[in-house]
Design a protein around this ligand. Structure first.
Ligand code: FE2
Ligand code: FE2
Length: 153
């Protein structure tokens, strides 16, 4: 269980670094840069919340995890490799948006809010809010992408 939270918080903090890096690459586009910085801030907050979950009394708070560790580890590797790519080669706007959407969508399926079985209802509510946050991230990124790259004719 604690290992699960460790990997999850690592993913959230890697996402935070990814968005910061993307924001840095989007310097010419103030609006998109602001959006990326906001996402980075959210991910930093998510990482903190997952770290908080890790130190809660485990047997009273959680019943178990519904997904395998390997799936999470794969996603962490994917996020880390994207971060490395971004560091080596600043992304174009379009590429950055597509990569961010892809990663967020994958992460929603293994999120603490969706993958953990909670015993405590309040805790469950708190973490499903966190999962909804990342769903909103996908929505925001998609809306931006569609507006700029697929404008309705
Ligand atoms: Fe997140
Ligand atoms: Fe997110």
């Amino acid at each position: 269980m604690q290992e699960f939270f460790d990997i999850c918080s690592e993913i959230e903090s890697t996402m935070c670094l990814i968005y910061r890096r993307m924001a840095h690459a989007m310097r010419g586009n103030e609006k998109l840069q602001e959006l990326m910085l906001q996402l980075a801030k959210d991910e930093a907050d998510h990482a903190n919340q997952v770290r908080y979950a890790r130190v809660l009394p485990q047997s009273e708070s959680f019943a178990g995890v519904k997904i395998g560790k390997s799936r999470l580890e794969l996603l962490l590797l994917k996020a880390q490799s994207l971060l490395r790519d971004l560091e080596n080669d600043p992304p174009t706007e379009k590429h950055a948006l597509l990569k961010a959407i892809e990663l967020e969508e994958e992460f929603i399926g293994v999120h603490v809010g969706t993958a953990v079985e909670f015993k405590d209802e309040k805790l469950k509510e708190r973490f499903s809010m966190l999962a909804r946050d990342d769903e909103k991230h996908v929505g925001t990124l998609r809306a931006y992408f569609n507006k700029v790259y697929c404008p309705a004719t």
